[in-house]
Design a protein around this ligand. Sequence first.
Ligand SMILES: O=C(CO)COP(=O)(O)O
Length: 234
Amino acid sequence: MIIAANLKTNLTRHDTASYIEEVDKCAKQSNQEVFVFPAISSLDSFSAEKVEVGTQNAYPTVNGAFTGEIGLEQLEEFGIKTILIGHSERRHILGETQEFIAKKFAYFKEQGFTIVYCVGEPKEKREAGKEAMMEYISAQYEGIDTSYEKLIIAYEPVWAIGTGLTPTLEDIEDIHTELKQKSSAPLLYGGSVKVTNAKEVLSLKNVDGILVGSAALYAEHFCTMIQYADEIEK
Ligand SMILES: O=C(CO)COP(=O)(O)O
């Protein structure tokens, strides 16, 4: 399975290096694919053997005049070949449109990156019923090559991110089953995954892994989740 940590705007460069070192130790003892997405200023030439380090964001360019962004040149310095695209915080806080996200996707696909592509509905769409919700999520697949061989999709309901709220296990399984019909890419669940619910979520049909935010900030907790995945036969 795929166990991924999105560190968001947390940890210094120094702390990130210790974090990755610690996670790499437990990842090496596991059969899981482990990804860590540090803050951009913490990207570095890590000596991790098993952990794949990715970037939380980049602009679809080699370099140029894009203040505040980084491009391919800055990623290549550290051998980064994995990117998160479409995260709800970039869609809703930073205002990225589906059109721009699709452009970013096409660019990094062209560069052969592994892409962790995030989709998920806000609370009002969830409350509007399943049809409205699925329609909203479907629009997030527009312009995205769902058969890209290095694609990983993460379903992250916006209302479940950082809130402690999660859909029921039945709901996660149900939505994952629907989303698997749109793409056979590995499908992760994200949104308030923690040590106390990770095992149940990982056991669900059509859940191929987890994308963890706040609970992954503690290497020990994240390692426990990696171990849980090892304990589950899939
Ligand atoms: O956004 C997330 C991972 O990308 C999930 O964040 P939390 O685990 O903090 O809810």
